[in-house]
Design a protein around this ligand. Structure first.
Ligand SMILES: Cc1cc2nc3c(=O)[nH]c(=O)nc-3n(C[C@H](O)[C@H](O)[C@H](O)COP(=O)(O)OP(=O)(O)OC[C@H]3O[C@@H](n4cnc5c(N)ncnc54)[C@H](O)[C@@H]3O)c2cc1C
Length: 511
């Protein structure tokens, strides 16, 4: 059996028959099998949008072709007697635990939130009643912040290809569409994610792992640089290694770590609001038409120099999605975006954020705790505006002109929206930068300023970063690993999960 790699250009609405016909024509083969290696949309020329597809063709009629094999993660198993406790079941915590359990450790995941089915119901009730549930919300619970998301699986880091391949393959084994392994912009959608995180939990338990819900870490017991136990709402847990993957919304967990002597420092981050437009407007701007066969919904990624001091960019775009109330704590108001696999809702949304160096902006040295306090204050300000979880909003045009928006407007946000002077609610420097950025975006996308800006987007990345060595071990500790988005070294599903895999592999290799 020989193999051959081929690159093909196919119309967006192609079907399998056309793909096979093109392969046959290009190779002269009649009997063959194929697998897709790579697929990306080329929409640079609106009159000629096509899929660029790389396929691997196998056939007895082909001579062997030298194909480079991709490096893969090798987790060596041996029966190890050590116990590991992992705090947090988001992508970082789960994948660290999964690797450690596969390697033979006795691994326990503790998660403050509930299992995904109960979490889904908790979120439904929150949106229906306005009563916030600290155990079941968009940030906390099985699968972490990534479960109720668009499930984009892109990452800009180039040094995680081995870990990424392992993570994507694990998702596919847990029920994800196989295309995530070859699409340039793969995404899962929250409907798939809810199934996948539950299946992954069952796989983890099937190999001996333990999963405890509604169990919150509250403190650490440390002796001479070793953590001997973590304190939780359900008692103390002793172990040989501790991995803490709290995400960036659990400020109480950050404070517990800092209290136990874990070093953190303030880092640059970004804040702003979420933009929302009719999806058709974005489709027309990107494709020159309202719909394109074979493609769900158009995406965009926008950047601007802002006001020269703070760069402005779009982030976490959710085509055909909804804006959601993503607070992790009571009486704070934060928005984010989510979509289903089909990406077939009426609106497109994306964060529009400006970068911040808090120390520079406030003209003083900022400690990690001060950065958290500053964030909490602004998240509370957005809640206080309406004294509930309605999203303060204005049109993009009115933000630019500092004018209160009048009239009714449609939005996907499930808890209601309320007209607000967002420019007064954000820090002055950020307001100016966003205004400059939005004007730039308006030049790039036709009709852009007719969209809306909603709420506060403050969770694009952690505002603080842990002090740790190249193995991920916290400075001054022998057996404590703070990983994932909460560490300040990762952001997004894939890079957080990869951070967890890397730290776990260091422990596996040392042991
Ligand atoms: C609505 C939304 C949409 C998003 N969309 C995308 C997207 O499309 N693509 C993408 O790449 N990223 C997206 N993100 C970001 C992504 O979800 C995060 O970057 C990622 O989940 C971070 O993984 P993590 O494991 O580090 O932390 P998290 O996923 O935040 O998980 C942390 C977990 O730790 C638990 N925890 C915290 N403190 C404690 C404690 N003291 N005791 C016990 N448990 C604790 C929390 O309950 C939580 O489950 C989105 C985020 C949100 C909120």
């Amino acid at each position: 059996m020989g193999v051959k790699q081929l690159s093909l250009k196919l119309p967006t609405g192609y079907d399998e028959h056309l793909l096979r016909t093109r392969i046959a024509k290009k190779t002269g083969l009649t009997v063959f099998s194929y697998s897709i290696e790579h697929k990306s949309l080329d929409a640079r020329n609106k009159r000629n949008i096509y899929w660029e597809i790389r396929v691997m063709v196998s056939s007895a009629s082909l001579k062997d072709d030298l194909i480079a094999t991709k490096p893969s993660l090798s987790i060596s198993y041996k029966k190890r007697n050590e116990e590991v406790v992992v705090v947090g079941s988001g992508p970082a915590g789960f994948f660290a635990a999964f690797v450690l359990q596969k390697a033979g450790f006795n691994t326990t995941i503790i998660e403050r939130g509930t299992a995904v089915k109960i979490r889904t119901e908790g979120i439904r009730q929150f949106e229906a009643t306005g009563i916030f549930n600290p155990m079941s919300n968009y940030a906390f619970g099985e699968g972490g912040a990534g479960t109720f998301s668009d499930g984009k699986l892109t990452s800009r880091s180039k040094r995680i290809s081995v870990e990424k391949a392992f993570i994507l393959a694990s998702y596919v084994k847990a029920g994800a569409p196989p295309e995530i392994e070859y699409m340039t912009h793969p995404h899962l959608g929250t409907d798939n994610l809810k199934i996948i995180v539950e299946n992954l939990r069952r796989q983890f338990e099937a190999i001996g792992g333990t999963y405890l819900f509604e169990t919150t870490m509250t403190g650490l017991q440390v002796k001479k640089g070793r953590v001997v136990a973590i304190e939780t709402s359900k008692g103390d847990f002793e172990a040989n290694y501790f991995f803490v993957a709290p995400g960036h919304s659990a400020y109480d967990t950050y404070r517990a770590l800092i209290n136990a002597g874990v070093g953190f420092h303030a880092k640059n981050f970004a804040i702003g609001s979420r933009m929302e437009h009719p999806q058709e407007l974005i489709n027309v701007a990107q494709w020159g038409r309202k719909s394109l066969p074979g493609v769900k919904a158009a995406e965009y990624r926008l950047t601007s120099k802002g006001d020269g001091n703070h760069q402005v960019y779009s982030f976490c775009m959710c085509p055909g999605g909804v804006v959601v109330p993503a607070t992790a704590v009571k009486e704070a108001n934060i928005v984010n975006g989510m979509s289903r696999y089909r990406r077939d809702e009426q609106f497109a949304n994306a964060a529009c954020v400006a970068t911040i160096n808090l120390g520079k902006m406030l003209n003083k040295d900022i400690s990690a705790l001060e950065a958290l306090d500053w964030m909490e204050q602004i998240e509370k300000r957005f809640y206080d505006f309406s004294n509930q979880y309605k999203a303060p909003y204005c049109s993009i045009k009115d933000f630019i002109n500092r004018k209160i928006t009048s009239g009714n407007t449609a939005s996907s946000y499930p808890m209601g929206i309320v007209q607000a002077p967002l420019w007064e609610m954000l820090p002055g420097d950020i307001e100016n930068a966003l205004r400059a950025g939005l004007k730039d975006f308006n030049r790039k996308i036709n009709g852009f300023e007719t969209g809306n800006l909603l709420g506060l987007e403050s969770k694009t990345s952690a505002p603080i970063q842990v002090d740790r060595d190249e193995n991920g071990c916290c400075t001054g500790f022998e057996n404590l690993y703070v990983i994932g988005e909460g560490s300040g070294y990762a952001g997004g599903i894939i890079s957080s999960a990869a951070d967890g895999v890397k730290a776990a592999m260091k422990v596996v290799e040392q042991d």
